[in-house]
Write a protein that binds this ligand. Structure first.
Ligand SMILES: NC(=O)c1ccc[n+]([C@@H]2O[C@H](COP(=O)([O-])OP(=O)(O)OC[C@H]3O[C@@H](n4cnc5c(N)ncnc54)[C@H](OP(=O)(O)O)[C@@H]3O)[C@@H](O)[C@H]2O)c1
Length: 325
Protein backbone atom coordinates (compact mmCIF):
# COMPACT_ATOMS: atom_id res chain seq x y z
CA UNK A 1 0.00 0.00 0.00
CA UNK A 2 1.27 3.48 -0.77
CA UNK A 3 2.22 5.83 2.03
CA UNK A 4 0.19 8.99 2.43
CA UNK A 5 3.20 11.22 1.86
CA UNK A 6 4.00 9.40 -1.37
CA UNK A 7 0.44 9.68 -2.62
CA UNK A 8 0.07 13.29 -1.73
CA UNK A 9 3.36 14.23 -3.35
CA UNK A 10 2.63 12.33 -6.51
CA UNK A 11 -0.95 13.43 -6.78
CA UNK A 12 0.12 17.00 -6.21
CA UNK A 13 2.72 16.72 -8.96
CA UNK A 14 0.17 15.26 -11.31
CA UNK A 15 -2.41 17.89 -10.66
CA UNK A 16 0.07 20.73 -10.79
CA UNK A 17 -1.12 21.81 -7.37
CA UNK A 18 2.41 22.31 -6.12
CA UNK A 19 3.25 24.41 -9.11
CA UNK A 20 0.22 26.57 -8.46
CA UNK A 21 1.34 26.88 -4.85
CA UNK A 22 4.71 28.23 -5.93
CA UNK A 23 6.57 24.91 -6.26
CA UNK A 24 6.70 24.34 -2.51
CA UNK A 25 8.06 20.85 -3.05
CA UNK A 26 11.27 20.91 -1.05
CA UNK A 27 9.63 20.76 2.39
CA UNK A 28 7.89 17.52 1.37
CA UNK A 29 11.11 15.74 0.59
CA UNK A 30 14.40 15.73 2.38
CA UNK A 31 17.43 16.57 0.28
CA UNK A 32 17.58 18.35 -3.02
CA UNK A 33 16.85 15.54 -5.47
CA UNK A 34 13.11 15.85 -5.70
CA UNK A 35 13.18 19.61 -5.91
CA UNK A 36 15.50 19.26 -8.90
CA UNK A 37 13.25 16.62 -10.39
CA UNK A 38 10.17 18.73 -10.03
CA UNK A 39 11.63 21.80 -11.65
CA UNK A 40 13.21 19.73 -14.42
CA UNK A 41 9.95 18.02 -15.24
CA UNK A 42 7.99 21.25 -15.08
CA UNK A 43 4.83 19.92 -13.48
CA UNK A 44 2.96 22.99 -14.67
CA UNK A 45 2.77 21.22 -18.01
CA UNK A 46 0.07 18.64 -18.38
CA UNK A 47 0.98 14.95 -18.32
CA UNK A 48 0.41 13.46 -21.78
CA UNK A 49 -1.41 10.11 -21.84
CA UNK A 50 -2.73 8.01 -24.70
CA UNK A 51 -5.42 5.30 -24.73
CA UNK A 52 -4.76 1.59 -25.16
CA UNK A 53 -7.12 0.94 -28.08
CA UNK A 54 -8.48 -2.39 -26.81
CA UNK A 55 -9.81 -0.91 -23.55
CA UNK A 56 -9.48 2.88 -23.63
CA UNK A 57 -7.27 2.81 -20.49
CA UNK A 58 -4.84 5.73 -20.70
CA UNK A 59 -1.12 5.41 -19.98
CA UNK A 60 1.60 8.09 -19.82
CA UNK A 61 3.46 8.34 -23.13
CA UNK A 62 6.95 8.11 -21.61
CA UNK A 63 7.91 4.89 -19.82
CA UNK A 64 11.20 3.24 -18.89
CA UNK A 65 13.30 0.45 -20.45
CA UNK A 66 15.30 -1.78 -18.13
CA UNK A 67 17.70 -3.85 -20.21
CA UNK A 68 20.51 -2.56 -17.96
CA UNK A 69 18.79 -3.52 -14.69
CA UNK A 70 20.63 -6.78 -14.06
CA UNK A 71 22.44 -5.55 -10.95
CA UNK A 72 23.55 -7.24 -7.74
CA UNK A 73 24.93 -4.90 -5.11
CA UNK A 74 22.98 -2.90 -2.54
CA UNK A 75 24.48 0.29 -3.95
CA UNK A 76 23.37 -0.52 -7.50
CA UNK A 77 19.92 -1.48 -6.24
CA UNK A 78 19.63 1.83 -4.41
CA UNK A 79 20.52 3.76 -7.58
CA UNK A 80 17.83 1.98 -9.57
CA UNK A 81 15.32 2.43 -6.76
CA UNK A 82 15.96 6.17 -6.99
CA UNK A 83 15.17 6.01 -10.73
CA UNK A 84 11.88 4.17 -10.14
CA UNK A 85 10.91 6.46 -7.28
CA UNK A 86 11.58 9.52 -9.41
CA UNK A 87 9.51 8.03 -12.17
CA UNK A 88 6.50 7.48 -9.92
CA UNK A 89 6.91 10.94 -8.42
CA UNK A 90 6.84 12.49 -11.87
CA UNK A 91 3.72 10.63 -12.98
CA UNK A 92 5.34 7.98 -15.20
CA UNK A 93 4.25 4.36 -14.91
CA UNK A 94 5.16 2.08 -17.85
CA UNK A 95 8.20 -0.11 -17.05
CA UNK A 96 9.38 -2.58 -19.68
CA UNK A 97 11.53 -5.56 -18.80
CA UNK A 98 12.22 -9.09 -20.06
CA UNK A 99 13.44 -12.51 -18.98
CA UNK A 100 16.52 -12.03 -21.16
CA UNK A 101 17.69 -8.95 -19.22
CA UNK A 102 19.58 -11.05 -16.65
CA UNK A 103 18.31 -10.31 -13.13
CA UNK A 104 16.14 -7.36 -14.23
CA UNK A 105 12.78 -8.97 -13.41
CA UNK A 106 14.02 -9.96 -9.95
CA UNK A 107 15.48 -6.50 -9.36
CA UNK A 108 12.27 -4.75 -10.38
CA UNK A 109 10.19 -7.15 -8.28
CA UNK A 110 12.36 -6.50 -5.22
CA UNK A 111 12.35 -2.74 -5.70
CA UNK A 112 8.57 -2.56 -6.14
CA UNK A 113 8.14 -4.61 -2.99
CA UNK A 114 10.52 -2.33 -1.11
CA UNK A 115 8.90 0.85 -2.42
CA UNK A 116 5.41 -0.44 -1.66
CA UNK A 117 3.83 1.31 -4.64
CA UNK A 118 3.34 -1.54 -7.11
CA UNK A 119 0.00 -0.08 -8.17
CA UNK A 120 1.67 3.07 -9.45
CA UNK A 121 3.33 1.08 -12.23
CA UNK A 122 2.27 -0.59 -15.46
CA UNK A 123 4.70 -3.51 -15.79
CA UNK A 124 5.46 -5.21 -19.10
CA UNK A 125 7.71 -8.25 -19.50
CA UNK A 126 8.58 -10.77 -22.18
CA UNK A 127 9.03 -14.52 -22.45
CA UNK A 128 12.48 -15.94 -23.33
CA UNK A 129 14.13 -14.64 -26.46
CA UNK A 130 15.97 -17.82 -27.42
CA UNK A 131 16.59 -21.44 -26.48
CA UNK A 132 14.31 -24.34 -25.78
CA UNK A 133 11.06 -23.32 -24.12
CA UNK A 134 9.58 -25.09 -21.13
CA UNK A 135 5.84 -25.62 -20.83
CA UNK A 136 4.23 -22.21 -21.67
CA UNK A 137 2.54 -22.02 -18.25
CA UNK A 138 5.92 -22.51 -16.59
CA UNK A 139 7.52 -19.81 -18.75
CA UNK A 140 4.80 -17.31 -17.85
CA UNK A 141 4.75 -18.27 -14.16
CA UNK A 142 8.54 -17.79 -13.96
CA UNK A 143 8.16 -14.11 -14.81
CA UNK A 144 5.32 -13.74 -12.29
CA UNK A 145 7.51 -15.32 -9.61
CA UNK A 146 10.55 -13.21 -10.46
CA UNK A 147 8.51 -10.01 -10.47
CA UNK A 148 6.59 -11.12 -7.36
CA UNK A 149 3.16 -10.40 -8.84
CA UNK A 150 -0.21 -12.20 -9.01
CA UNK A 151 -1.33 -10.32 -12.10
CA UNK A 152 0.70 -8.65 -14.80
CA UNK A 153 -0.18 -5.62 -16.89
CA UNK A 154 1.42 -6.76 -20.14
CA UNK A 155 3.19 -9.89 -21.35
CA UNK A 156 4.92 -9.93 -24.71
CA UNK A 157 6.44 -12.65 -26.84
CA UNK A 158 10.05 -11.59 -27.42
CA UNK A 159 11.35 -11.40 -31.00
CA UNK A 160 8.83 -14.00 -32.29
CA UNK A 161 10.44 -16.76 -30.20
CA UNK A 162 7.93 -19.54 -29.51
CA UNK A 163 5.03 -17.51 -30.91
CA UNK A 164 2.72 -20.40 -31.79
CA UNK A 165 3.45 -22.38 -28.61
CA UNK A 166 3.10 -19.42 -26.26
CA UNK A 167 0.21 -17.43 -27.69
CA UNK A 168 -2.59 -19.89 -26.72
CA UNK A 169 -1.33 -19.77 -23.12
CA UNK A 170 -1.14 -15.95 -23.25
CA UNK A 171 -4.78 -15.84 -24.37
CA UNK A 172 -5.85 -18.30 -21.65
CA UNK A 173 -4.03 -16.37 -18.88
CA UNK A 174 -5.66 -13.18 -20.13
CA UNK A 175 -9.10 -14.84 -20.11
CA UNK A 176 -8.41 -15.92 -16.51
CA UNK A 177 -7.65 -12.31 -15.58
CA UNK A 178 -4.02 -12.90 -14.64
CA UNK A 179 -2.53 -11.00 -17.61
CA UNK A 180 -4.30 -7.74 -18.46
CA UNK A 181 -2.83 -7.24 -21.94
CA UNK A 182 -0.94 -9.50 -24.37
CA UNK A 183 1.34 -8.78 -27.27
CA UNK A 184 4.62 -9.31 -29.03
CA UNK A 185 7.85 -7.44 -29.45
CA UNK A 186 10.61 -6.96 -31.98
CA UNK A 187 13.38 -4.47 -32.67
CA UNK A 188 14.54 -5.80 -36.02
CA UNK A 189 13.31 -4.87 -39.50
CA UNK A 190 13.84 -8.46 -40.61
CA UNK A 191 11.01 -9.55 -38.26
CA UNK A 192 8.47 -6.91 -39.32
CA UNK A 193 6.80 -9.12 -41.93
CA UNK A 194 6.35 -12.01 -39.49
CA UNK A 195 5.18 -9.64 -36.75
CA UNK A 196 2.61 -8.08 -39.09
CA UNK A 197 1.36 -11.53 -40.07
CA UNK A 198 0.92 -12.37 -36.37
CA UNK A 199 -0.80 -9.02 -35.71
CA UNK A 200 -3.49 -10.10 -38.18
CA UNK A 201 -3.72 -13.64 -36.78
CA UNK A 202 -3.82 -13.11 -32.98
CA UNK A 203 -5.97 -10.86 -30.76
CA UNK A 204 -3.08 -8.65 -29.62
CA UNK A 205 -3.51 -5.65 -27.34
CA UNK A 206 0.07 -4.40 -27.87
CA UNK A 207 3.10 -4.65 -30.06
CA UNK A 208 6.53 -3.33 -29.26
CA UNK A 209 8.74 -2.11 -32.10
CA UNK A 210 11.83 0.03 -32.69
CA UNK A 211 11.26 3.56 -33.96
CA UNK A 212 13.33 6.71 -33.63
CA UNK A 213 14.20 9.86 -35.52
CA UNK A 214 17.29 7.98 -36.73
CA UNK A 215 15.39 4.85 -37.84
CA UNK A 216 11.89 5.53 -39.13
CA UNK A 217 11.35 2.23 -40.95
CA UNK A 218 8.52 1.17 -38.64
CA UNK A 219 6.46 4.09 -39.96
CA UNK A 220 6.35 2.50 -43.43
CA UNK A 221 4.01 -0.40 -42.65
CA UNK A 222 4.00 -1.79 -39.12
CA UNK A 223 2.88 1.38 -37.31
CA UNK A 224 0.07 2.06 -39.81
CA UNK A 225 -1.06 -1.56 -39.45
CA UNK A 226 -1.15 -1.24 -35.66
CA UNK A 227 -3.29 1.87 -36.06
CA UNK A 228 -5.62 0.12 -38.48
CA UNK A 229 -6.02 -2.96 -36.25
CA UNK A 230 -6.36 -0.96 -33.03
CA UNK A 231 -3.22 -2.39 -31.42
CA UNK A 232 -1.30 -0.26 -28.91
CA UNK A 233 2.38 0.39 -29.69
CA UNK A 234 5.26 0.62 -27.23
CA UNK A 235 8.37 1.99 -28.94
CA UNK A 236 11.68 0.44 -27.91
CA UNK A 237 15.15 1.90 -28.60
CA UNK A 238 13.71 5.42 -29.11
CA UNK A 239 17.26 6.84 -29.05
CA UNK A 240 18.61 4.10 -31.33
CA UNK A 241 19.54 1.61 -28.63
CA UNK A 242 22.04 1.56 -25.78
CA UNK A 243 25.67 1.82 -26.81
CA UNK A 244 26.51 2.89 -30.34
CA UNK A 245 22.90 3.59 -31.39
CA UNK A 246 22.13 6.20 -28.73
CA UNK A 247 25.70 7.55 -28.89
CA UNK A 248 25.31 8.14 -32.61
CA UNK A 249 21.85 9.73 -32.23
CA UNK A 250 22.98 12.14 -29.53
CA UNK A 251 26.36 12.59 -31.26
CA UNK A 252 24.70 13.89 -34.42
CA UNK A 253 23.21 16.85 -32.56
CA UNK A 254 26.02 17.35 -30.04
CA UNK A 255 27.25 20.57 -31.67
CA UNK A 256 23.80 21.99 -32.32
CA UNK A 257 21.67 24.27 -30.20
CA UNK A 258 18.00 23.37 -29.98
CA UNK A 259 16.18 25.05 -32.89
CA UNK A 260 13.52 27.65 -32.14
CA UNK A 261 10.73 25.20 -32.84
CA UNK A 262 11.73 23.10 -29.78
CA UNK A 263 10.06 25.69 -27.55
CA UNK A 264 6.81 25.24 -29.50
CA UNK A 265 6.66 21.67 -28.16
CA UNK A 266 7.99 22.46 -24.67
CA UNK A 267 11.22 20.56 -25.37
CA UNK A 268 14.27 21.64 -23.39
CA UNK A 269 16.75 18.96 -24.50
CA UNK A 270 17.52 16.86 -27.52
CA UNK A 271 16.29 13.78 -25.66
CA UNK A 272 12.92 15.47 -25.26
CA UNK A 273 12.81 16.39 -28.96
CA UNK A 274 13.59 12.78 -29.93
CA UNK A 275 10.96 11.36 -27.57
CA UNK A 276 8.27 13.87 -28.48
CA UNK A 277 8.89 13.07 -32.13
CA UNK A 278 8.41 9.33 -31.45
CA UNK A 279 5.28 9.56 -29.31
CA UNK A 280 3.60 12.08 -31.60
CA UNK A 281 3.23 9.40 -34.26
CA UNK A 282 -0.53 8.75 -34.23
CA UNK A 283 -0.13 4.97 -33.90
CA UNK A 284 2.38 5.16 -31.01
CA UNK A 285 0.97 4.76 -27.51
CA UNK A 286 4.17 5.15 -25.45
CA UNK A 287 7.97 4.98 -25.68
CA UNK A 288 10.26 3.17 -23.25
CA UNK A 289 13.65 4.93 -23.24
CA UNK A 290 16.21 2.95 -21.25
CA UNK A 291 18.07 4.63 -18.45
CA UNK A 292 19.81 3.81 -15.19
CA UNK A 293 20.33 7.45 -14.23
CA UNK A 294 17.94 9.71 -12.34
CA UNK A 295 19.01 12.77 -14.34
CA UNK A 296 18.18 11.04 -17.62
CA UNK A 297 14.91 9.69 -16.20
CA UNK A 298 13.93 13.24 -15.26
CA UNK A 299 14.89 14.52 -18.70
CA UNK A 300 12.93 11.76 -20.41
CA UNK A 301 9.85 12.12 -18.21
CA UNK A 302 9.89 15.80 -19.10
CA UNK A 303 9.12 14.78 -22.68
CA UNK A 304 5.85 13.33 -21.44
CA UNK A 305 4.43 16.73 -20.55
CA UNK A 306 3.25 19.73 -22.52
CA UNK A 307 2.81 19.87 -26.28
CA UNK A 308 3.70 17.37 -29.00
CA UNK A 309 4.65 18.22 -32.60
CA UNK A 310 1.83 18.36 -35.14
CA UNK A 311 2.32 16.72 -38.57
CA UNK A 312 3.93 19.85 -40.01
CA UNK A 313 6.47 20.10 -37.20
CA UNK A 314 7.12 16.34 -37.36
CA UNK A 315 8.07 16.85 -41.01
CA UNK A 316 10.28 19.80 -40.02
CA UNK A 317 12.06 17.68 -37.39
CA UNK A 318 12.68 14.97 -39.99
CA UNK A 319 14.06 17.54 -42.46
CA UNK A 320 16.32 19.01 -39.80
CA UNK A 321 17.63 15.57 -38.84
CA UNK A 322 18.17 14.43 -42.42
CA UNK A 323 20.10 17.60 -43.31
CA UNK A 324 22.49 16.95 -40.42
CA UNK A 325 23.48 13.62 -41.97
N1 LIG B 1 13.20 -6.64 -29.00
C1 LIG B 1 12.84 -5.98 -27.94
O1 LIG B 1 11.80 -6.24 -27.40
C2 LIG B 1 13.70 -4.89 -27.38
C3 LIG B 1 14.95 -4.63 -27.95
C4 LIG B 1 15.71 -3.60 -27.41
C5 LIG B 1 15.22 -2.85 -26.32
N2 LIG B 1 14.02 -3.16 -25.77
C6 LIG B 1 13.48 -2.36 -24.64
O2 LIG B 1 13.54 -0.99 -25.01
C7 LIG B 1 14.23 -0.25 -24.01
C8 LIG B 1 14.95 0.92 -24.64
O3 LIG B 1 16.01 0.47 -25.46
P1 LIG B 1 17.55 0.75 -25.07
O4 LIG B 1 17.59 1.01 -23.62
O5 LIG B 1 18.38 -0.34 -25.61
O6 LIG B 1 17.89 2.00 -25.95
P2 LIG B 1 17.44 3.56 -25.97
O7 LIG B 1 16.31 3.78 -25.06
O8 LIG B 1 17.28 3.94 -27.38
O9 LIG B 1 18.75 4.27 -25.44
C9 LIG B 1 19.25 4.01 -24.16
C10 LIG B 1 20.59 4.75 -24.05
O10 LIG B 1 20.36 6.16 -24.04
C11 LIG B 1 20.93 6.72 -22.85
N3 LIG B 1 19.98 7.76 -22.40
C12 LIG B 1 18.76 7.58 -21.83
N4 LIG B 1 18.18 8.75 -21.59
C13 LIG B 1 19.04 9.71 -21.99
C14 LIG B 1 19.01 11.13 -21.98
N5 LIG B 1 17.94 11.80 -21.53
N6 LIG B 1 20.09 11.81 -22.46
C15 LIG B 1 21.17 11.14 -22.94
N7 LIG B 1 21.27 9.79 -22.97
C16 LIG B 1 20.21 9.08 -22.49
C17 LIG B 1 21.07 5.58 -21.86
O11 LIG B 1 22.15 5.76 -20.99
P3 LIG B 1 21.96 5.86 -19.37
O12 LIG B 1 21.54 4.52 -18.86
O13 LIG B 1 23.31 6.28 -18.94
O14 LIG B 1 20.91 6.90 -19.15
C18 LIG B 1 21.33 4.38 -22.81
O15 LIG B 1 22.71 4.31 -23.13
C19 LIG B 1 15.16 -1.29 -23.37
O16 LIG B 1 15.66 -0.88 -22.11
C20 LIG B 1 14.25 -2.48 -23.32
O17 LIG B 1 13.36 -2.39 -22.22
C21 LIG B 1 13.24 -4.14 -26.29
Amino acid sequence: MRSFSHMSRRDALKSGALAAAGMALAPLVPGTTLARLASAARPRLELITKPIPSTGERIPVIGLGTNQYSVETAEEMAELQAVLEAMADLGGSVVDTARVYGRAEVVIGELLERMGNRDDFFIATKTPIRGELQDPDVEIQTSFDQLGVDTLDLMLIHNMHGLDELMPAFIRWKDEGRIRYIGMSTSTDSQYAAQMEAMRRFPLDFIQVDYSIANRNAADEILPLAGELGIAVLVNVPFGGRGDGAASTFGRVADHELPGWAAEIDAESWAQVFLKYVVSHPAVTAAIPGTTQVRHLVDNQGAGRGRLPDPALRAEIERFWDELG
